[in-house]
Design a protein around this ligand. Structure first.
Ligand SMILES: C[S@@+](CC[C@H](N)C(=O)[O-])C[C@H]1O[C@@H](n2cnc3c(N)ncnc32)[C@H](O)[C@@H]1O
Length: 276
């Protein structure tokens, strides 16, 4: 009697177990190895297409500084300010006659200034904002074994400088057309740079000086000649003069170290800065 009862019990429990497992509807995510349900209920062809990739036409991000501002425009200025100074207007190529004037030596003593420049044989000096090449030509004549590059943004100035170099058969003098933001010279390619009455009219002084510092070799020198801004009696338009304090502030901003100022010229500060 006990055996049939036991067999009946086994039968009932087996059937109950079969019913429970048969009705289990979902795979248990906790149990590994179970087949996953496909999310692709339809063939890919009838799914909606991805939205077309749009080309980014937004303007490039601004530079990582904002040194410039607009303000009141003076009669000889641009209304664009940098480090508290209004940037001067660019002197047009029509002024070549003034730059090349015979009495310039008597007024500004450029020969004296050129004597203060150190340039060894094999070295390169770039005259930035060279204009007609008044200084560049004389430096190339004085240092025939050094190389002089005149950089300017006006093609007429470049043409004048090149014709002068050809006329004088100066093979160590060449010209490069820069842009308002760059001197256009290769990195670490020059030992020295000269700027005579030019820096104050660069429309983008920060970018210009950053590119100049890149072009200089470590230890390279920058000769900066500017009409003395402290001298109210000097008959030069105010925006075309600079004080020493202002020049030092702006050169420091681009990583140049002030070395010395020689004030033996009649109209200009002769300032010397070095790339560390
Ligand atoms: C007043 S002139 C001086 C020329 C020359 N240094 C001299 O003393 O005879 C200034 C010159 O700087 C140039 N200049 C202005 N902005 C410049 C820039 N961003 N890069 C190169 N030259 C620039 C002008 O085209 C102009 O020829």
């Amino acid at each position: 009697m006990k055996l049939p009862l036991f067999l009946a019990f086994i039968l009932v429990t087996s059937f109950a177990t079969f019913l429970v497992f048969r009705s289990s509807p979902e795979p248990d995510p906790e149990i590994p190895g179970q087949p996953e349900q496909s999310s692709l209920a339809y063939p890919a062809a009838i799914l909606p297409a991805d939205p077309p990739v749009k080309e980014d036409t937004s303007p490039p991000p601004p530079p990582d500084h904002n040194y410039y501002s607009q303000g009141r425009r003076s009669y000889d200025g641009t209304g664009k300010y940098y480090q508290g100074r209004e940037i001067a207007e660019v002197m047009g190529h029509q002024a070549i006659v003034w730059l090349e004037r015979a009495k310039r030596e008597a007024e500004e003593a450029p020969a004296k200034a050129i004597d203060l420049i150190t340039l060894e044989p094999g070295e390169t000096l770039a005259d930035i904002g060279a204009g007609s090449g008044y200084y560049a030509t004389r430096i190339a004549l004085k240092h025939p074994k050094a190389k002089v590059i005149g950089v300017d943004i006006q093609p007429e100035m470049i043409a004048f400088l090149e014709s002068r170099a050809k006329q004088l058969d100066l093979t160590n003098l060449s010209a490069t057309k820069g842009t308002i933001q760059s001197v256009g010279l290769a990195p670490n390619s020059i030992e020295a740079a000269l700027m005579v009455d030019a820096y104050h009219e660069f429309s983008h002084p920060y970018e210009m000086m950053t590119s100049l510092v890149t072009a200089l070799k470590p230890g390279g020198l920058v000769y900066l000649l500017e009409y003395r801004g402290e001298d109210k009696d000097l008959e030069i338009k105010p925006r075309h003069k600079m004080t020493q304090a202002q020049a030092k502030k702006e050169m420091k901003l681009v990583g140049l170290t002030w070395e010395k100022t020689i004030d033996s010229l009649p109209w200009q500060h002769f300032m010397v800065f070095r790339k560390p």
